[in-house]
Write a protein that binds this ligand. Structure first.
Ligand code: GLC
Length: 790
């Protein structure tokens, strides 16, 4: 048990389990059960969404919607059948049946074929001092995904996953607490998948059959049990509903999909100018330069170092003229500096915006600026203030904000005093204080309850601030810490990874599990943050990085430089080629962002997402799909030039050679350093654009569709790429279909829909291995045929 729980009143006392059902009361949407002193309630929120709540002592607390965007009453009512028998109470919707046994109060769900899922184990629900728990049966063949930010492989069966945000410095495959805490998972077996969102912000933990094989335990240090069961049957439906519940991302600006370059730190204006120059002269595309903590004056947030960055407005303007956006880091720790005219500290103190301990004293920790105090982002007034502070940055052209150290990290660096270990006191009260007309007292909570929300609420404050400050212009927000629903406010990177092959390997399952936790815009530091990459590792990492929804290279202070050109000509060429490919694929990737924003679908997907009934995909962690068509099987080991690739059922094409395979099959791919094996499903349609040095270098004058013979359909999404006009329906979609027989392949292009007009351009339709046709894009429908046999 981590040290910070020393104070929590948990013990090893036995669990008290729930009593039998004594009284049942059917409401419009909710069935209430009296079980001795306890109360259970089951609500039907959608045909595939059930909420279960249990209050051990019968009194439900008023709940706050920190992660959940829709209150129960806000869901459109769905019809369901309700039946009582001598032994059970049953609730049946269009897609599932929930059965509660009167005697044991055990809950079991069934799909329409009668298969059980999310079934309570012998003991279903219980509590002891300071904790509540539920136990579910793990079915034979069931595998577990999601759980937010997790190292290791894809499937989490037999592991223990704790949800408590933590600066996970030096993390490895056995690390449990990470920067993000997302108490959500998906359980999958052939023909059946379901998800559970454990609705608790307190410390919580999933034990997925580790303590007791075959039993999944979910425990929280809160006072009541509250979870949502989401039926699939496939992961896509689960994520659709889960992101309906916890929210979806808004579209980032298109430039945020380009390549980002970062280092701790590019510590002066001249170094940043040189960096930008290198990218352009070497013709390596790059859109974003990040400035790490050394741009500040003595690590004071919202300041600039007059020595190293004497003229930030000019720097940012010059970078913008050269096609670069600037992103600056912001940490939550505000330098404790009374009477020094530091506006952030002064304003925060004057308005009482910083967290105070239970005794009323300011709470402080030690971070970059030494002694630091922490804004209470749970309060809307503090979020508003902090969001507005970004004005000094946006006024001089900063286009995005990188939120760091917001677990919050306070004790783990060599700047603490006398080796004293400092934890955020769990009894600190956060949130709006006192009851006023506009501020219900229920928004205040102990840090124990809201610790996990610190990063989320900081990111929210930042995103809302940038929204106010930038008007109709989209911005980019990045955060290290977060909780369920973080996708609404920010993109996320996986913190301080290391320049190790293992970390390259784990990056794909990590990002896939984030995607399966509702967070699609994610990335890992390319090249590894800590340590020094070899040339080979760097080349391989850039290939994999091309697939990350957030493609950012970053490296730590006192490591060797990690820019694409520092490893010699051969690696520079590889980096250029793969960054070029990223830019060529931008129409495809941008459409995936739109899908994520409208349906909650991940951008980077494990194969099980599209092949949920193929058990061979259940533990396949080292192949990924970018969208539904493009599959990569990267190399993540030194000296390796061949690897086994699994191609699931269907026809597949090698991206590079057009060679055709019929799955399911295992093949041996040849992958010299220049080559990351890539495949496309038959019927795949991949829209591509010319290479540009940055996203807005010039209007898109050519759009190429790479069509892979077979049967398939695809919808391309486009808009202006940088404003919120798309939210007022100013966008365009284009539907394409392909079908092939022995003699010909036909590509049908429907008339463009929507009210955004692309620039004048040529459309080139290449049927891979057959030939291409082109025409000016006038938005009308066409049917193109390509004869394969003359
Ligand atoms: C943290 C961040 C890292 C950053 C460094 C300095 O370690 O995770 O990305 O470079 O702080 O700000």
């Amino acid at each position: 048990m981590p040290q910070y729980f020393g104070k929590l009143p948990t013990t090893d006392q036995p669990w008290t389990t729930i009593d039998s059902v004594q009284v049942v009361d059917r409401g419009e949407q909710t069935i209430d059960f009296e079980c001795g002193i306890s109360r259970l309630s089951i609500s039907v929120l959608a045909q595939n969404l059930i909420r279960v709540r249990m209050a051990p002592r019968g009194d439900f607390q008023p709940r706050r919607s920190w992660a959940v965007t829709l209150d129960d009453g806000e869901w459109a009512k769905v019809p369901f059948d309700f039946r009582e028998t001598d032994t059970t109470i049953e609730i049946e919707t269009e897609s599932l049946r929930v059965c509660v046994e009167r005697q044991t109060c055990r809950i079991t769900c069934f799909d329409k074929a009668g298969r059980s899922f999310a079934q309570d184990a012998d003991v279903g629900m219980g509590w002891r001092l300071g904790a509540v728990a539920a136990w579910k049966q793990i079915e034979v063949d069931e595998h577990f995904y999601g759980f937010g930010e997790r190292t290791g492989f894809l499937d989490k069966l037999s592991e223990v996953k704790t949800n408590w945000t933590m600066d996970a410095l030096d993390y490895g495959s056995l690390t449990d607490e990470m920067y993000q805490a997302i108490p959500f998972f998906i359980a999958l077996r052939p023909d059946l998948a379901y998800g559970i969102f454990f609705n608790t912000t307190f410390w919580s933990r999933f034990d997925i059959g580790a303590e007791q094989p075959g039993v999944l335990k979910m425990e929280t240090r809160g006072s009541e049990l509250d979870y949502y069961i989401i039926y699939g049957p496939e992961p896509a439906e689960i994520l659709h509903t889960y992101t309906h519940l916890t929210g979806r991302m808004s579209l980032p600006p298109k430039w945020a999909l380009g390549y980002h370059q970062c280092r701790w730190s590019y510590e002066s204006e001249s170094i940043v100018y040189e960096l930008a120059q290198e990218f352009r002269s070497r013709q390596i595309p790059c859109d974003v330069i990040h400035l790490d903590i050394d741009y500040m004056r003595g690590y004071r947030v919202f300041t600039w170092s007059p020595k190293r960055f004497p003229n930030p407005a000019k720097l940012i303007g010059d970078l913008a003229d050269n096609g670069f956006k600037t992103v600056t880091i912001i940490d939550p720790g505000v330098k404790y500096e009374p009477e020094a005219d530091y506006h952030v500290f002064d304003q925060g103190l004057e308005n009482d915006y910083f967290v105070r301990k239970a005794d009323g004293q300011l709470f402080h920790g030690y971070v970059w600026p030494e002694k630091a105090v922490f804004p209470d982002f749970l309060r809307s007034s503090v979020r508003q203030w902090w969001g507005d502070l970004h004005k000094s940055l946006t006024d001089i052209g900063v286009a995005g904000i990188w939120n760091d150290m917001n677990e919050p990290a306070i004790d783990d660096r060599p700047f603490g005093d006398a080796g004293e270990k400092i934890w955020f006191p769990l009894d600190v009260i956060q949130g709006e204080k006192g009851e006023t007309e506009n501020v219900p007292v229920s928004s205040s909570a102990t840090h124990a309850e809201v610790h996990n929300l610190y990063g989320l609420t900081m990111a929210q404050s930042c995103a809302e601030g940038l929204r106010r400050l930038l008007g109709n212009e989209r911005s980019f927000v990045l955060t290290r810490s977060g909780f369920a629903g973080v996708q609404r406010w920010s993109s996320v990177w996986m913190g301080d990874n290391q320049s190790l092959w293992d970390h390259l390997e784990t990056s794909l399952p990590m990002l896939c599990n984030m995607g399966l936790s509702g967070v699609a815009f994610v990335g890992c530091d390319i090249g590894g943050f800590a340590g020094n990459a070899t040339a080979e590792l760097f080349a391989r990492w850039m290939q994999v990085g091309m697939l990350y929804p957030l493609m950012r290279g970053h490296s730590a202070m006192s490591t060797a430089r990690h820019e694409p050109w520092v490893f010699g000509d051969r690696v520079e060429k590889i980096c250029r080629e793969y960054i070029n490919l990223r830019y060529q694929l931008l129409p495809y990737i941008y459409t995936l962002f739109w899908e994520a924003a409208t349906t909650g679908a991940p951008i980077l997907r494990p194969l099980l997402y599209h092949f949920p009934n193929d058990p061979k995909t259940y533990t396949l962690y080292d192949q990924v799909l970018l969208g539904s068509s493009l599959m990569a099987a990267p190399i993540y080991r030194p000296g390796v030039e061949h690897r086994v690739v699994y191609l699931p059922a269907g026809t597949w094409y090698d991206w590079w050679t057009n060679e055709r395979y019929t799955g399911p099959i295992h093949i041996l791919a040849h992958a010299p350093l220049e080559r990351m094996p890539l495949y496309v499903r038959a019927g795949g349609i991949i829209p591509m654009q010319p290479v540009m040095q940055y996203v807005d270098e010039r209007p898109l004058d050519e759009l190429k569709l790479r069509v892979f013979p077979g049967t398939g359909e695809y919808t391309l999404y486009e808009d202006d790429g940088h404003t919120f006009e798309y939210q007022r329906k100013v966008f365009a979609t284009n539907d394409y279909r392909v079908f092939s027989n022995e003699e010909q392949t036909v590509v049908e292009i429907a008339a463009r829909k929507g009210n955004w007009t692309p620039p004048t351009r040529e459309i080139v339709v290449e049927v891979v291995g057959v030939g291409e046709q082109s025409f000016p894009d006038d938005g009308t429908s066409r049917s193109l045929s390509y004869r394969t046999i003359d």
